[in-house]
Ligand binder design. Structure first.
Ligand SMILES: Cc1cc2nc3c(=O)[nH]c(=O)nc-3n(C[C@H](O)[C@H](O)[C@H](O)COP(=O)(O)OP(=O)(O)OC[C@H]3O[C@@H](n4cnc5c(N)ncnc54)[C@H](O)[C@@H]3O)c2cc1C
Length: 334
């Protein structure tokens, strides 16, 4: 039997000093998994520049976390792969979790493989589901062979590691209040002596804005091949601006070079759960639908009344998107 016990979650701090929403989604899943592991302890690793812990405390308390290990230092103002992974590895060696989960954000995708390779353990990246099998092992499911098959992967070593993209899991519907213990740690001497090999020069806002906004967007206006022109995507952007939303695309549009891969929705793109998803000129292939079907309300605009997208839509509009979008934008102006 392994001496490893409990679930450790990485609590990523965003540049606006919030805990990334994916952490609360992972916490909800960890809460479910812990029930199958004799209600094992759920802990979090927080690496942050000196901050008022009051900002974070309630979030942790209400998400069912038992312990938060906090590393605070001016050095942690900007993310650094080597320093952050060293801290995580030292903590894992100290508390020996059975499972470690990290959000598959840009930072998490960089950090998790570093941690797993230093610990000589396995990592299943971009999971779409997590469960505990009959032998009490983490069963991590993810698409494979370009999305044609779903594979459930077991990890031989400990901790069993997995990353999960934002919006794949839902945060807990109700607060699970725990008497969360905050444990302040100091980074090891190795960290004190470490200097970053990376010099951060500047953060430049690019199309990245749309990408980042997609994770938290409440309204998404998505375009497919039916509107895959510069003119079409300008209409989508205008509508997004009017409604306070952001623009996304189907793979057909990404493949045609009109949109960046980073704003692709679907099986091999992002999974989103906005309050409103407006699909324009998208046929509704299953690989697209898996990425947006949990949106609260879906409006589809398509010239073909038999387009499969209408089967998941709450409101279907059979129309030419190039003609109806300017009318909707005008309505928003009046
Ligand atoms: C392994 C694998 C993974 C994949 N992953 C993804 C993924 O992550 N995301 C994804 O999106 N796809 C993915 N695909 C591709 C997917 O199968 C579809 O090919 C793709 O979603 C089609 O994109 P589309 O709906 O924009 O284009 P089309 O299927 O060509 O549909 C265009 C639609 O626009 C309508 N239309 C045309 N003109 C107009 C107009 N003027 N106004 C209104 N409607 C109009 C048409 O009636 C049609 O329904 C994947 C495929 C595979 C095999």
């Amino acid at each position: 039997m392994s001496e490893n016990k409990g679930i450790l979650l990485y609590a990523e701090v965003t540049r606006d000093k919030y805990i990334h929403t994916v952490f609360f989604e992972l916490a909800a899943k960890a809460f479910e998994l812990s029930k199958k592991l004799e209600n094992c302890e759920i802990s979090a690793l927080l690496i942050t520049p000196p901050a008022d812990m009051g900002l974070y405390k309630d979030g942790f308390k209400n998400s069912g976390i038992d312990k938060v290990y906090v590393f605070q230092d001016e050095k942690f103002k900007n993310y650094d792969t080597e320093i952050y992974s060293k801290i995580a590895v030292d903590l894992v060696n100290e508390i020996k979790p059975e499972i470690m989960l990290v959000g598959a954000t840009a930072q998490g995708r960089d950090l998790a493989p570093r941690i797993s390779s230093s610990l000589h353990t396995g990592l299943t990246a971009d999971c779409t589901d997590l469960d505990i099998n009959e032998k009490g092992r983490l069963a991590a499911t993810r698409p494979t062979f370009g999305g044609q098959l779903m594979a459930t992967i077991l990890c031989k070593n400990f901790p069993q590691m997995a990353t999960v993209r934002p919006k794949v899991f839902k945060p807990l519907a109700e607060n699970v209040v725990r008497n969360t213990e905050i444990i302040y740690k100091t980074a090891s001497d190795t960290i004190t002596g470490m200097t970053s090999k990376v010099e951060l020069i500047d953060f430049v806002k690019t199309i990245q804005n749309e990408i980042n906004e997609l994770d938290s967007a409440e309204i998404i206006i998505a375009g497919g091949r039916g509107i895959a022109t510069e003119e079409g995507f300008n209409l989508l952007r205008q509508l997004a601006e009017k409604l306070g939303g952001t623009v996304a695309a189907s793979r057909a549009v990404v493949d045609s070079g009109i949109a960046s891969k980073d704003i692709q929705i679907g099986q091999t793109g992002k999974t989103v759960r906005p309050k409103l998803y407006i699909a324009c000129g998208i046929s509704g292939a299953i690989q697209h639908i898996v990425g947006m079907k949990d949106s609260e309300k879906i409006i589809a605009i398509n010239v073909d009344e038999n387009a499969p997208i209408f089967s998941v839509a709450d409101l279907g509009i059979v129309a030419d998107a190039y003609k109806i979008l300017p009318e909707i934008i005008n309505l928003c102006n009046s």
